[in-house]
Design a protein around this ligand. Sequence first.
Ligand SMILES: Cc1cc2nc3c(=O)[nH]c(=O)nc-3n(C[C@H](O)[C@H](O)[C@H](O)COP(=O)(O)OP(=O)(O)OC[C@H]3O[C@@H](n4cnc5c(N)ncnc54)[C@H](O)[C@@H]3O)c2cc1C
Length: 386
Amino acid sequence: MDFDLTHEQRQILDYGNTVAKKFDRRYWMECAEKRVFLEALYQKIAEDGFVGTMVPEEFGGAGQGMTEMHLFLEGLSNNGIPLLNLVVGAAMSLGFIAKYGTTAQKSRYLPDACSGKTRFCFAITEPDAGTNTIRTTTLATRRGNRFALNGQKTFITDADGADYVLVVARTKPHTDVGKKTEGFTLFIVDLKAKGLQKQYIPVSITAPETQWQLFFGVDLGPEDVVGEIDRGFSILFKSLNPERILVGSICCGLGRYALNRAVEYVRERKVFNNTPIGAYQGLQHPLASSQTDIEMASLMTLKAAWAFDQGREAGEFANMAKLAAADAAIKAVDTAIQCHGGNGFTKEYGIFDIFPMVRLLKTAPLNREMILNYIGEHVMGLPRSY
Ligand SMILES: Cc1cc2nc3c(=O)[nH]c(=O)nc-3n(C[C@H](O)[C@H](O)[C@H](O)COP(=O)(O)OP(=O)(O)OC[C@H]3O[C@@H](n4cnc5c(N)ncnc54)[C@H](O)[C@@H]3O)c2cc1C
């Protein structure tokens, strides 16, 4: 057993430190507050080959695995730069096309996406189905060898800036299938397609990526189908593990960022005698405990990424990583706020500003309760309650 990263993996983790010299947390916050995409940072990341981390080299990518994608996102987040688009676009959508797309799809979409010329987003959530994907009602009805896609998706991150959306649709309504997981198909949809409308969803989270509701009345061809018709569910669920792993990476990084800031602060701040407040166990112990939780979650996230790269069943580790990392990040940021006293709430220190993002990641992309359901049912063999 070897817990050391290779030289190259260490460089990937440290890339976040290098890129943050120019595109730091302040830059992220400026874009987030204006709700404009971090175009300059994204282009830099694409130029340095990281958007295509998980895409094979022959299609313009770096040909690396989930471990490298995890280290890359954790390294950025260690510097307070969480990039949601890289989860839904670079990892999920591109990873999906790279793995299950046809050669024509890979040649058409991947090189441009890896170079930063185009972006992808991912649409699964529907207003009525919510967490219960089985009840998806966005329907692609066959018209000869073409499809008429009708329906609605909600909370689609980056749908205004992206060029394409990978849509999870039904090709058979859930009421017409013997097995409830049958009849799912994935489609690549051009976000400028005739019959596609977008509506902005104002959210209270400050982030550079915005949220959109999508309404489809779109004509699609067989060339737009990713994977097998009606059999999208099994590959879909494999692709949700990467999402959970990478949310783990972001949470661990943001938690570490908040703790590092808190440590700097409590080393300096003196309010009684000449002792820095970092000496008080009332602050030191929560800091130490939060650091431990983050490092444990980070190890589980790395293990989940490793299992995924080995082609092993990664669901158990991916779900545990997401659960542990989101909880650890919330605790870390809360501790960092407390350590900063009133300054924890100021714009100048920016500590409270970290909280909304980590809190989001407790609910999305999969809520904490469904993660626990997965562990209870699939890891521990307990009966299903819903
Ligand atoms: C900022 C943001 C970005 C997002 N980006 C995307 C995106 O890019 N693409 C996309 O497709 N979706 C996206 N989402 C959607 C997100 O994944 C969903 O909001 C999330 O999965 C929860 O679904 P819901 O909102 O329908 O909640 P509901 O399904 O209505 O659930 C509400 C709550 O009920 C509880 N609950 C539900 N089912 C169970 C159960 N079986 N057992 C116990 N408790 C349960 C949970 O606590 C849950 O939080 C985003 C959401 C947000 C807020």
